[in-house]
Write a protein that binds this ligand. Sequence first.
Ligand SMILES: [Zn+2]
Length: 338
Amino acid sequence: MSLHESVRQFCSEIGKDPLIVQGAGGNVSWKENDILWIKASGTWLADAGDKDIFVPVQLDHLTKALKNGDYAVVPQTATSTPLKPSIETLLHALMPHRIVVHVHAIEVLAHLVRKDFDHTNYPALDKSLNSRTVKYCKPGAELAEAVANQLDGTTSTRVVFLRNHGVIIGGDSIEELSKTLHHLTHFFATPAVSAQISTPDTSLRLANGAEFNPIGLAKLHEVAITPSLVDRLTDNWALYPDHVVFLGPHPRLFESLEEAKSSLEQEAELPDVIFVRGLGTFARETMNKAKIAQLICYYDVMTKLNDGAQLSTLTNMQISELIDWDAEKYRRGLNDEK
Ligand SMILES: [Zn+2]
């Protein structure tokens, strides 16, 4: 099997596992001579088996720019294509490994959002990975520079933890990468605590015809019903970039359907999803697959934290630089049809 084929197979496998990849999140690359093949922005790893989701970009051009400290370099595609290389292309160019995987794996993410996360707090972690930890930075140039500062130009560092974001893994083969990913997801695994919740049998209809219906996946109602999860909604909503990009800067939590109705009747731009305390989670038809995938991700992360876990939440400044970013508007737009 060619490297391209085995990468595609690997991507479609991890892309279908919601504990590893959520919607349009995560990206994979491989290097072949002067080309870096990278997932296109807005595409889904899960589609790797059926669609062409990879874009070839000029590797030399990127490596030279990065060596000169130019983290604002714009990747150049090697063929004409309507697809844009991933926002996180520079991370892949920086890692010297043949294959690089970047994911927001739930088991790891549930630790990366904790206050003061650092891999050195986990002495039993496989030392041969020569891991590094990078503080939260806006994806793109800023994050690339922070990661570059942790690398020594060799392939010895095989794992970079990105606080409030995800993990980068480098390797020489798919087998090696799978092994590392498996080690990390098992090492950080925490049993989820969930409750039996029944789906509410009521909907909210506004005067303008907009409807909020109970979300189809029963467990997502827990977010609005289980008291500790409702507390997390108000205190720890903005924990990592994709959540904010797809679900917005703040949660819309209401005390009752009546309160939701009177408040939303006044609004010109309605949210996709609302939470009604003690009752459940309600969504409009604008709640597409990519947004649902992010809400499931949030649920999965939250149910893996014990009640006392202190988290690090993105600041208002960090939130607004994600929301106003054209590169993210493009990626979100591509997923509106999903
Ligand atoms: Zn990411």
